[in-house]
Write a protein that binds this ligand. Sequence first.
Ligand code: GTP
Length: 218
Amino acid sequence: MDPQEDSFDFLFKIILIGDSNVGKTCLVQSFKTGQFSERQQNTIGVDFTVRTLNIEGRRVKMQVWDTAGQERFRTITQSYYRSAHGAMIAYDISRRATFDSVQRWIHELQQFGAANVLTALIGNKRDLEAEREVRFEEACKLAEAKGMLAAVETSARDAWSVEEAFVMMARQLLLQNGMSVKQDDGEAAARVLLRTNSHTVSLSSPSSAHDSKKPCEC
Ligand SMILES: Nc1nc2c(ncn2[C@@H]2O[C@H](COP(=O)(O)OP(=O)(O)OP(=O)(O)O)[C@@H](O)[C@H]2O)c(=O)[nH]1
């Protein structure tokens, strides 16, 4: 491990859940390395990855738990929910069934996770626009209805909004831990729906300045 990963000011545990093959492992790899590699193998049980972010001078260590989406690992993966500060529930925008499953994943999180776990809804494979089966507005509505922090669309293949999604979680967790985090209303705020309460941070990154996607208005 990079020695710099050893020192940190905050440690947040983030769990990635969602149906098999929605791209959870690719998302974690993209966050860790910025690279996409075609994966053939499904995750067995749980893997974990660490990356330390620098957020306004604070070293925020993100410990990301990538869980298997396959049913047969459910008992193992559930045992990791309790200690998570944040959860990303991922679906594949080109497979409706994976979005329909989100309700079940939310239910599992309610059953096995901590009461105050921060959640975000991640619609992955945004690059497969031609095969889209789930509209972003639907995801926004669900996120809003379930009291989630945000709905975000990502592409692990194109490294599109992946970094931003994790940074958003980190910033919000800092805020929840009493840290002041600048309200940053840069260009990239358009990427995600964020609940409009005053304690919610927004999201910005120079890499997303070219994106013209409008925020979801739900
Ligand atoms: N087009 C496209 N394909 C992707 C993307 N992310 C992942 N994939 C592909 O989707 C398949 C599944 O990816 P994984 O990351 O292994 O999926 P997973 O959700 O971790 O699956 P489990 O380990 O079974 O839970 C692989 O063939 C990836 O190459 C993406 O953003 N766009």
